[in-house]
Design a protein around this ligand. Structure first.
Ligand SMILES: Cc1cc2nc3c(=O)[nH]c(=O)nc-3n(C[C@H](O)[C@H](O)[C@H](O)COP(=O)(O)OP(=O)(O)OC[C@H]3O[C@@H](n4cnc5c(N)ncnc54)[C@H](O)[C@@H]3O)c2cc1C
Ligand code: FES
Length: 524
């Protein structure tokens, strides 16, 4: 039984699991909404993984902390009242101390399966290796919470490899040869000879009427909350959107005591059948799918169906689902909805790595267009944990100065073929790209409705005219949505990658290397 600790929410006593996630503790205390938007709407968590910034609260007087990345501590004072502003202003006082320096031959960013495999292989090849991740512990999206046996083996191998893990630390700036990392309120300059990027993916959220109601979370968001200790017993949940994650999440919710009212998968039945038939080439994945189906026996599963609208008085009460011919309503307390994954390309783009709209371009050694910088995992194709391990191992070997063996290369190629089949099967249909009405908010951070974006022809114009994409999440949620809804290409990426207190940036600028104005982008 995990130890319980006491803390306060706006002065009122609350209880959480020692070492557990603050977001889960707030959720379990019934706080589905934790902040107010710029126009005063109550908002709650969407992504559960640090992307959407909808879970910002004040912790011990420090505003704009993402509750999903915070650990509950005894006596911590959490305030939901102080976290009402839109973007963090970066005005925290403090001395402009230069950040301490650290150095490694190989630095890996991202401690999901790809980053872990890369760090293990680089360290085992004899390179002094550091791995950095903004989550509270290594594992990435799939190995959160209680890791399965295969995952535990990788985590133990990471420990034995001698690679140093820096957890709870976000990379906010990068240039050739160094990273600026912020851990809590401490900045750190991390220099490297070779860099492996393994920053993974996030969910694709497509706006629909009601998607900002409290209780509407991502499908992966619900999973992240559950794995962080969020309780769903007795809650009625609808799972919707697209991708194999929906079944995994629905099964997990059922196991956690939720009543799954229905699953709506937008992909048409014919594509799902073709995809399932192709799984004879991936028996482990086929078995996983069958396991979920067995757990969900009796739960309505609707292929070719999507949520048209969510309604409720501040908090979700029901969803209207359609298959294009007829509509029906499902009453629920939680809607877990995500339309697949998009890679987190900000850091590779900041470093100048060549990318397509959907991936970092790499060669046979996972090398990017920038010498000494490698990429792996969901960054090079959305393919799941096995693909992440294959590409991560190859990137780690290459960064450690070793060749990529033919068997590993063949595994990686098979995973790439699976990723292509996945993308085809679950591509969003036209109808889910036109769910937003003129008054539906597209940019949640700045409360920008679709109507205001009508005349913008690019992501840059949308920013300049409406502030869409300029809020705390810096376009991580609305950017991929607008790319699909309006065909906008990605805007240029500038540091810092996430809002950080000004003192951290000042510390960077006043450091000796900052004065020397080293190569690559600088914080300005
Ligand atoms: C919410 C969610 C849930 C998922 N659930 C499943 C599942 O149940 N089963 C499954 O097979 N697949 C799941 N996936 C897909 C999953 O992404 C892959 O299977 C696999 O985890 C990919 O591994 P990766 O190492 O490429 O990326 P990830 O596992 O996503 O790891 C990337 C890591 O990079 C870190 N990071 C990113 N940017 C920075 C930065 N600037 N500074 C520091 N750290 C950073 C992140 O914190 C993260 O831990 C999920 C994906 C998402 C987004
Ligand atoms: S829920 Fe914490 S950032 Fe999205």
């Amino acid at each position: 039984m995990p130890e319980r600790v006491l803390f306060t929410i706006d002065g009122a006593p609350a209880e959480g699991e020692a070492g557990g996630s603050l977001l889960a503790a707030l959720w379990n205390a019934g706080r589905l909404a934790v902040r107010s938007s710029v126009k005063g709407e109550a908002r709650g968590p969407l992504c559960g993984m640090g992307t959407c910034f909808e879970c910002r609260v004040s912790v011990d007087g420090e505003p704009h902390r993402r509750a999903c990345l915070e650990t509950v501590r005894a006596g911590m004072a959490v305030s939901l009242r102080d976290s009402r502003a839109s973007a963090p202003e970066g005005s925290a006082p403090g001395a402009a101390e230069p950040p301490p320096d650290d150095r490694a031959e190989v630095v890996v960013v991202g401690a999901g399966p790809a980053g872990i495999a890369a760090a293990v292989h680089a360290a085992e090849a004899g390179a002094r290796t550091v791995i950095v991740d903004e989550q509270r512990r290594p594992g990435g999206q799939v190995w959160r919470g209680e890791p399965a046996r295969a995952a535990r083996a990788w985590l133990e191998r990471l420990e034995r490899s001698g690679a140093r893990v820096i957890a709870g630390a976000t990379v906010v700036d990068a240039s050739r040869g160094e990273l600026l990392v912020v851990q809590g309120d401490r900045p750190l300059r991390l220099r490297f000879d070779r860099l492996v990027l393994a920053t993974g993916a996030r969910e694709l959220f497509l706006p629909f009427p009601g998607w900002t109601l409290s209780g509407v979370v991502g499908a992966g968001g619900a999973q992240a909350l559950l794995k962080a200790g969020g309780r769903f017993e007795g809650r009625r949940a609808v799972v919707a959107g697209s991708g194999p994650l929906l079944l995994a999440v629905a099964a997990l919710l059922e196991r956690a005591g939720a009543r799954v009212v229905g699953v709506a998968e937008q992909a048409p039945l014919a594509r799902l059948v073709a995809f399932a038939a192709s799984l004879w080439r991936a028996p482990v994945r086929a078995a996983e799918g069958l396991g979920y189906a067995a757990r969900l026996a009796g739960v309505p599963y609707r292929p070719g169906a999507w949520v048209r609208e969510a309604t409720g008085d501040g908090t979700i009460e029901r969803v209207v689902v359609t298959d294009g011919r007829r509509e029906w309503a499902w009453g629920c307390d939680v809607l877990a909805c995500g339309f697949g994954l998009v890679p987190s390309l900000e850091l590779p783009r900041l470093l100048g790595c060549a990318t397509t709209a959907e991936a970092v371009l790499v060669d046979a050694r996972q090398g990017t267009s920038v010498p000494g910088v490698f990429a792996a995992g969901e960054l090079v194709g959305i393919g799941g944990a096995s693909q992440a391990l294959a590409t991560g191992a190859a990137a780690g070997l290459a960064a450690g100065g070793r060749p990529v063996p033919p068997r590993l290369a063949a595994w990686r190629d098979a995973e790439a073929a699976f990723a292509a089949r996945l993308a085809h099967a679950f591509a969003p249909r036209a109808e889910v790209l036109s769910l937003a009405r003129p008054d539906t908010l597209v940019c949640r951070c700045e409360d920008v409705p679709l109507d205001l974006l009508r005349t913008a022809g690019s992501a840059r114009e949308a920013k300049l005219r409406t502030r869409a994409g300029m809020g705390a999440c810096q376009g991580r949620v609305c950017g991929p949505a607008l790319a699909r809804l309006r065909g906008f290409g990605a805007d240029s990426v500038r540091p810092p990658l996430v809002p950080v207190p000004i003192r951290d940036l000042l510390g960077d600028l006043t450091s000796p290397a900052g004065e020397a104005g080293g190569p690559g982008p600088r914080i300005a």
